[in-house]
Design a protein around this ligand. Structure first.
Ligand SMILES: Nc1nc2c(ncn2[C@@H]2O[C@H](COP(=O)(O)OP(=O)(O)OP(=O)(O)O)[C@@H](O)[C@H]2O)c(=O)[nH]1
Ligand SMILES: [Mg+2]
Ligand SMILES: [Zn+2]
Length: 395
């Protein structure tokens, strides 16, 4: 006899899933078919095969939001779904990589998710340089919470940021204390805490995303740490890449399709030159712009939509084959050298991240709804009047 039920995925261990149905019962399940990508936080429809004692996820219900990362082929894959807040964790140790922080913030914006910075290990002392950088984020409009999982300072503030009904995910570099914070907020949680093995490097311990309930009706997802993170290129807002400072400044640019790189009359670049836009944040924007264009070139020309739009497309409409147009081999051969080196950098992510990602991505067909080319030739030469498109643009 076969029954169906709807539940929420609360843990993913490769193809092994833990699904909790509304009544609270937790069931081990597996996705039915290789084309189905299921991540922590997904609402799913399952088929229960009582005779064989098996539960299969047959459908991922439309995702309200999702955090998408780039695949090595320039596509997009979900990491966690149905979040309302991304908690981007950093710490004085391991040494923070603020470019990773920026890329998470961009991905949150792309996925329709609010983001807050969480500065853990405040007991180790936050030096003047990091304090100044945090002031830049605060001035831009991001919330930042200083806390310590060790001493408990700021943990109540962190808990309060995850309001009733919210689903928040802790993401960030390995070793910053994500699982330690979960343990503070959900003392009964079973999470592994890793020791820092070297002065500057956290040993990766969390191997799969896992959702925990907070006492006030919110949920918190612990996720595996990373050594790098790249948001899915196609999901990023074309004009701002999700940088809120750029969003504010871009209306002042001469051209509506300004990329804020070398275009004349660019208000964003002018603000960076005048010191009104923080130089490192602008550099971060420029790096992400270049990476996005390289990934788009790797992906090849097809129609695409933002990842959040893709997330609401029922799985049945996802393509199980690469986007049509250019054969995969040809497309891969077109990956520029610089993109290849960026991609190699991701490949050296900690072993469990690789394992986690590989388990999911090896079975994730690129979604034809979001694959695309967003290549825009660099704008040069005389431009028409304000608000017009750059004449060099192909769009
Ligand atoms: N001094 C100090 N150490 C902390 C704090 N929070 C966590 N740690 C230590 O940092 C190390 C890493 O902590 P985890 O909680 O495993 O870090 P994580 O971010 O979950 O790491 P991954 O699972 O690898 O992503 C452990 O040795 C913790 O004891 C803190 O607030 N202060
Ligand atoms: Mg962890
Ligand atoms: Zn501009």
């Amino acid at each position: 006899m076969k029954q169906t039920l709807v539940g929420r995925v609360i843990a993913t261990f490769g193809r092994h899933l833990l699904v909790r149905e509304a009544g609270g019962r937790e069931l081990r399940a597996r996705p039915f078919g290789r084309g189905l990508t299921v991540v922590c936080g997904d609402d799913v429809r399952c088929r229960v095969d009582v005779r064989h004692d098996e539960v299969h996820v047959v459908e991922v219900l439309p995702r309200r939001t999702a955090l998408y990362r780039a695949t090595q082929r320039g596509g997009a894959e979900p990491v966690v779904a149905n979040l309302t807040r991304l908690l981007v964790v950093l710490a004085p140790l391991p040494e923070p990589d603020l470019f990773i922080v920026d890329r998470y913030l961009a991905a949150a914006s792309a996925g329709g998710i609010a983001a807050t910075l969480v500065v853990n290990k405040s007991d180790l002392g936050i030096d003047a340089a990091l304090t100044a950088e945090l002031a830049v984020y605060r001035a831009a409009g991001y919330g930042a919470i200083n806390c310590s999982a060790d001493t408990g300072v700021g943990v109540a503030e962190l808990g309060a940021a995850v309001t009733p009904g919210a689903v928040a995910a802790l993401v960030g570099q390995s070793g910053v204390g994500k699982s330690s914070l979960v343990l503070r907020l959900v003392p009964q949680a079973q999470v592994a805490i890793g020791e820092l093995v070297r002065a500057e490097e956290g040993r990766h311990t969390t191997t799969a995303a896992r959702l925990f309930d907070l006492s006030h009706g919110a949920a918190l997802i612990d996720s595996p740490g990373v050594r790098d993170f790249a948001p899915a290129a196609a999901a990023l807002d074309d004009r701002t890449l999700g940088f809120i400072e750029v969003e504010r400044l871009a209306p002042g640019c001469r051209f509506a399709d300004c990329r804020h790189m070398r275009e004349p009359g660019c208000a964003v670049r002018a603000a960076a030159e005048a010191g009104a836009l923080h130089a490192r944040r602008y550099e971060s924007y420029r790096r992400l712009r270049r990476l996005r264009e390289e990934l788009s070139a790797a992906r090849g020309p097809t129609d695409w939509r933002p990842a959040s739009a893709c997330a609401s497309v029922p799985p049945s409409t996802y393509s199980s084959s690469p986007p049509t147009g250019t054969p995969w081999a040809m497309r891969l051969a077109r990956i520029p050298r610089r993109a290849a080196s960026s991609l190699r950098k991701w490949a050296v992510a900690s072993p469990s991240t690789v394992e986690f990602v590989a388990r999911i991505s090896s079975r994730t067909p690129p979604c034809s709804r979001i694959a695309s080319s967003s290549r825009t030739p660099s704008c040069s030469g005389p431009m028409p009047s304000s608000g017009d498109r750059c004449p060099m643009s192909t769009k």
